[in-house]
Write a new protein. Sequence first.
Length: 221
Amino acid sequence: MIRLAVVDDQPAVRQALRFYLRSETDIEIVAEAGDGQAAEEVARRVEPDVMLIDIRMPGTDGLTAIRRICALGPRPAVLALTTFDLDEYLFGALRAGAAGFLLKDGTPEMYIQAIRLAHQGHGLIDPQVTRRLIQQFALGSPPSPGLLTDPDETLTPREHDIVRHVARGFSNRDIARRLGIGEGTVKTHMNHIFAKLNLQSRAQVVIYAYENGIVTPGGPA
């Protein structure tokens, strides 16, 4: 059973999520909160597996809460929510360790998939956000403090290929098929990549790949 906490200052959003998830036997909403401070309390007191956290809330905002909650450890996995276009909050949430980023107008199926993937240690970025993410890099984005700047000296050629494919949105299964290796081997490489680059999520790998020139907007996979 996936223990889920939902954090949003709008009761209607929380109610909609309860409605979406009512028939999912493997997901249970164990806590709700309406601001970032309450989210931190929930993370410590309830210890959910996954948290859905709105970025913009009154008081302690979602970005601050995500940063503090992700610093607690690998659990809970955090999925960031927003109704807004791509901005600095997206990058801040992903760099803070959020496993994924969803728009509030996304489909119920995407939400459910994202929750399950986050619980498994993976991540999902809404395709609309991915397009905006790439557009932002096309316009030029500020460098990320703490990220490595010379990936070729750190990653092996195979790890380099995998990072490139992750940045293009391919799953471990797709990467394995394209590179002619086992899915378990891809997972092992991903664990090495996380450790070498000191990253916590696939979303951070995407940012790393663009900021270090491993992929470029519009370039081939």
